[in-house]
Write a protein that binds this ligand. Structure first.
Ligand code: 8P2
Length: 444
């Protein structure tokens, strides 16, 4: 498989998010986010890690753009930090926050790198959480106001917009599992949050189209194909419930099908739908972003409310203990193309954490990650050749960064970051990606 096996106009990028790399959390007028609060709450993140400095990208973005240039990517997916733009979430605008993204976008364009902006990658302004957070419908309206402001300022140069990153994580991990910010464990709130996140997306789509000539708008979902642990009908049914929990709860409303009836029955908890919400949520989009890391294998369980249990399978796992299963990406792409028929699909994140270390020769020989990318790209190509509307691929991530509750211990970067010194070193996987993009290597 080589780059020229893919269409000539295929997008090749890397991805990051604001809270994971920027740092400068109290600089130039930025307000606090729920992740500032959560990461500074004892016991919430590994080793008490937080994003106060992270990769210091707020100051080092020219160096990081130079790294993107060296890797040879033609696109870069970043997120805009809502609390940098609107410190209280609504109302008062922070011009220095807008200035940062103006500088970032101009520097990317100067290097011939197309900016892809995610409007929300989990850093909700704390003041909005204090007023109810995503379980409150008001937050969806606040998001639409935020989207209007940002796209009016950047829309002349940024044409690719992702409204939300992984609403499943914001709703489930943040409001039911409680392992992500804001750390609530309230099932009803997680269902309401999921609805208001989708509503926020739907409200933002026409706003972006109004403000951005030639806009390409989409959403990014973390989708995982679910497989039954056995042919036992109880396990097969459990896999269907997992699919509803992880995938269909978001895909169905986004593609005009409303919330899946089987999941509404299972949950016994209706989202706080009002008026034309489902029409708003199903606003036509130009692409579907997929973050793919692994599959799920599940068996039946009486554990309420989801009634499935994960089963650990496979011989090969990443440092996140996620099975390496590129076949799941193929299955997902083919299914989505057939069942939901998005105009286009972009892999907006794919990558792996491994316990990288600097070797005696000064290199980082992350050959497992090279193999991970080779295998997943090969299956992307196969899915594309079998009709999936795949148009691009963003490797997660450009840099080792703040891996949320896992802190800095989990490294996903193509570029190694020594956090105390902030020194960047391109890993073997980064050099492989560069050579793949230069077509200097063909790999099986
Ligand atoms: N975990 N993990 C890696 C990666 C995370 O760092 C991103 O912020 C999320 O969008 C998505 O979960 C994937």
């Amino acid at each position: 498989m080589k780059r020229s096996d893919f269409p000539a106009n295929f997008i090749w990028g890397t991805a990051t998010s604001a809270y994971q790399i920027e740092g400068a959390v109290s600089e130039d007028g930025r307000g606090p986010s729920i992740w500032d609060t959560f990461s500074h709450t004892p016991g919430k993140t590994k080793g008490g890690d937080h994003g106060d400095v992270a990769c210091d990208h707020y100051h080092r973005y020219p160096e990081d753009i130079a790294l993107m240039k060296e890797l040879g990517v033609n696109a870069y997916r970043f997120s805009v930090a809502w609390p940098r733009i609107l410190p209280e979430g609504r109302g008062r605008v922070n011009p220095r926050g807008l200035d940062f993204y103006n500088r970032l976008v101009d520097a990317l364009l100067e290097q011939g790198i197309t900016p892809w902006a995610t409007l929300y990658h989990w850093d909700l302004p704390q003041s909005l959480e204090d007023q109810g957070g995503w379980p409150s419908r008001e937050t969806a309206y606040a998001f639409a106001e935020y989207a209007d402001l940002v796209t009016r300022h950047l829309g002349d140069r940024v044409k690719h917009w992702i409204t939300l990153n992984e609403p499943w994580c914001s709703a489930y991990l943040g409001y039911h599992a409680g392992i992500h910010a804001p750390g609530q464990q309230n099932f009803k709130h997680s269902i309401w949050a999921s609805h208001h996140l989708l509503l926020a997306h739907g409200l933002a789509v026409p706003v972006i189209r109004r403000n951005v000539t030639g806009a390409r708008v989409g959403i990014t979902l973390n989708l995982s194909p679910g497989y039954p642990a056995s042919p036992d009908p109880a396990d097969v049914a459990a896999a269907r419930r997992f699919d509803g929990f992880q995938n269909r709860w978001y895909l169905d409303p986004l593609y005009g099908l409303g919330y899946p009836a089987d999941m509404l029955a299972l949950y016994g908890e209706a989202p706080s739908v009002q008026g034309d919400d489902l029409i708003t949520i199903a606003a036509p989009t130009d692409f579907l972003g997929i973050n793919y890391y692994s599959r799920a294998v599940v068996r039946n369980s009486d554990l309420e409310p989801y009634r499935f249990q994960y089963v650990r399978v496979g011989e090969e796992h990443t440092d996140m203990d996620w099975e390496v299963y590129p076949e799941g990406l193929y299955d997902l792409l083919i299914r989505l193309g057939r069942e939901y028929r998005p105009k286009a699909i972009y892999i907006t994140e794919n990558g792996a954490a491994y316990p990288d270390a600097v070797a005696d020769d000064g290199g980082i020989h992350d050959l497992e990650r090279v193999r991970y990318f080779q295998r997943h790209l090969a299956l992307c190509l196969e899915a594309l050749q079998h009709g999936a509307p795949l148009k691009g691929y963003f490797a997660w991530s450009l840099l080792d960064n703040f891996e949320w509750a896992e802190g800095y211990a989990k490294r996903f970067g193509l570029v190694y970051v020594d956090f105390p010194s902030q020194r960047r070193r391109i890993k073997a996987s980064g050099y492989w990606f560069r050579d793949f993009l230069r077509e200097a290597v063909a790999s099986s």
